[in-house]
Design a protein around this ligand. Structure first.
Ligand code: M6R
Length: 465
């Protein structure tokens, strides 16, 4: 095997057995995750942690170029030169129950409902409200480096990219640091101008997305400090970045990302607060206010989840539609994109997410009596602008489904359906606004009899380019 892997091209994770040596597995990997589960009188190889969680929580992550030889009682790992090496065993704290449906019909629904708990876990131990301080033990950035950051790059794919887009609004508004958010597959080939006083933040649930890892390596090679926001302990991103913020979402099994997204947003708020305090861009009082609002989010999400049945009823009315348009502005523009992505990936309905101000530049032509327009009309500085976008859509006979802030009296007069969410600050509103959209997609897909947890053509982690 050690000779063979020198010849193999491309990315792979291999487990090889031979009739001549039953009870022995040889494993090797390149650019594709492979973990070894360390059991009692049994050992495992797998591509992802949930696969072995019911048997063991102790794992070894194999690195590129390494080979491993497993029997039921022994594990040996060799480097690319064939030398026997010692590898660190990481204990995964995920509860094996979390990798089961626990009575829910789908993992996606269970994971939507787990969000309050996932956010509590991500915040746990990080907030010192009395002193207005944030504790991020693995941030890996010295205060002097933080004070000197001139620009931040956020790079990710899919849903994680939408979290990163929200991060850009926060970083520029609160920290006043220029920030670019980019899709990893674009970033890695577009020759971005990076300097040593820039910070690269990569966001990935799995920590194994090929393009995101390539972006991380590109930034590292350019001399930047790198920070990974990821969910899977011991993943490639977690091991390769200089600093880390773990989202404590627990295993996310459904292909459609839900709790990973909201905890990524939480990690970004923590990062912004941390940087803001070190750079004195956020006062102690402001920090306290934001922390208090963050701590309220889990309860507020629970109140939205209680309206699950009414969201299902709305889904039942519109699940036969062929296309949806999602509109948002400013910090809720990424939520329009995320709402559209959730719908298309699990229900196979064509959905467009658009910055509402762009409507007149093209998409308004799509609107007619058969087009549901999902508008995120949260209170904030662009609320009135969004209301006029809704009016424009209504004039074209579009069906208006609005996400709005509790207490908004106007919205019910101009929208066909309204999903109310509790009051929070404009900056934190994306965390609440996305919840009804996740549920709407879930129920639409359910009524369309789609394979919700395993939508066609999609993999949970995109480990090849
Ligand atoms: O594991 P990652 O966060 O890096 O995955 C990124 C995307 O592949 C992922 O968010 C994808 O877009 C989801 N299926 C969306 O629900």
């Amino acid at each position: 095997m050690q000779e063979a892997v020198k010849e193999i091209r491309g990315s792979y994770a291999l487990g090889v057995m031979s009739n001549d040596e039953p009870g022995v597995i040889i494993a090797a990997r390149k650019d594709t995750p492979l973990i070894i589960g360390v059991g009692k009188n049994e050992n495992f190889i797998a591509s992802d942690i949930p696969a072995i969680l019911s048997r063991t929580r102790d794992i070894i992550s194999l690195d590129d170029g390494e080979t491993a030889m497993l029997t039921n009682s022994d594990i040996k790992v060799f480097d690319s030169g064939g030398k026997n090496i010692k590898k660190k065993i990481t204990r995964i704290l995920w509860n094996p129950k979390k990798a089961e449906k626990e009575g829910y019909r789908h993992f996606m629904l269970k994971e939507i409902f787990e969000q309050p708990r996932a956010i509590e876990d991500t915040l746990r131990g990080k907030l010192d409200i009395d002193n207005g301080r944030i504790h991020l033990a693995d941030i890996g950035l010295s205060p002097s480096y933080v004070r000197n950051i001139k620009k931040i790059f956020i790079v990710a794919c899919g849903t994680a990219y939408h979290a990163g887009m929200t991060g850009k609004f926060l970083i520029e508004k609160i920290l006043k640091i220029p920030c670019e958010t980019d899709i990893a597959s674009e970033f890695r080939y577009r020759e971005p101008v990076m300097n040593k006083n820039n910070l690269a933040v990569i966001i990935s649930q799995s920590g194994e997305t090929a393009d995101t890892l390539a972006a991380l390596r590109l930034a590292k090679n350019a001399g930047l400090k790198t920070l990974a926001i990821c969910n899977v302990v011991g993943s490639s991103a977690a091991r390769e970045a200089h600093g880390l913020i773990y989202t404590h979402a627990g295993p996310e099994i459904g292909v459609a990302s839900t709790k990973a997204f909201t905890t990524q947003l939480i990690a970004l708020y923590l990062l912004v607060l941390y940087l803001g305090r070190v750079r004195k861009a956020v006062s102690r009082e402001e920090a306290k206010k934001i922390m208090t609002a963050l701590l309220r989010l889990p309860h507020q999400i629970r109140t939205i989840l209680k309206k699950d049945k009414s969201i299902a009823a709305v889904a039942k009315k519109y699940y036969r539609k062929n296309a949806f348009l999602y509109l948002g502005r400013n910090i809720n523009f990424p939520i329009a994109l995320e709402g559209a992505l959730k719908l298309k990936e699990i229900s196979y309905i064509h959905a467009e997410g658009y910055a509402a101000g762009e409507m007149k530049h093209g998409p308004i032509a799509l609107i007619d009596k058969d087009m549901p327009v999902v508008a995120i009309a949260a209170q904030g500085k662009v609320y009135e602008k969004l209301i006029s976008n809704i009016q424009e859509a209504r004039t074209r006979k579009g069906i208006i489904l609005a996400v709005a802030t509790a207490g908004d009296k106007l919205i019910s007069k101009i929208a066909d359906e309204v999903f109310f969410v509790p009051v929070t600050s404009e900056e934190l509103s994306p965390v609440l606004n996305v919840i009804p959209l996740q549920l709407l997609s879930y129920y639409i897909a359910l009524y369309r009899h789609c394979d919700i947890d395993r939508p066609r053509n999609l993999a949970k982690s995109v480990v090849v380019e």
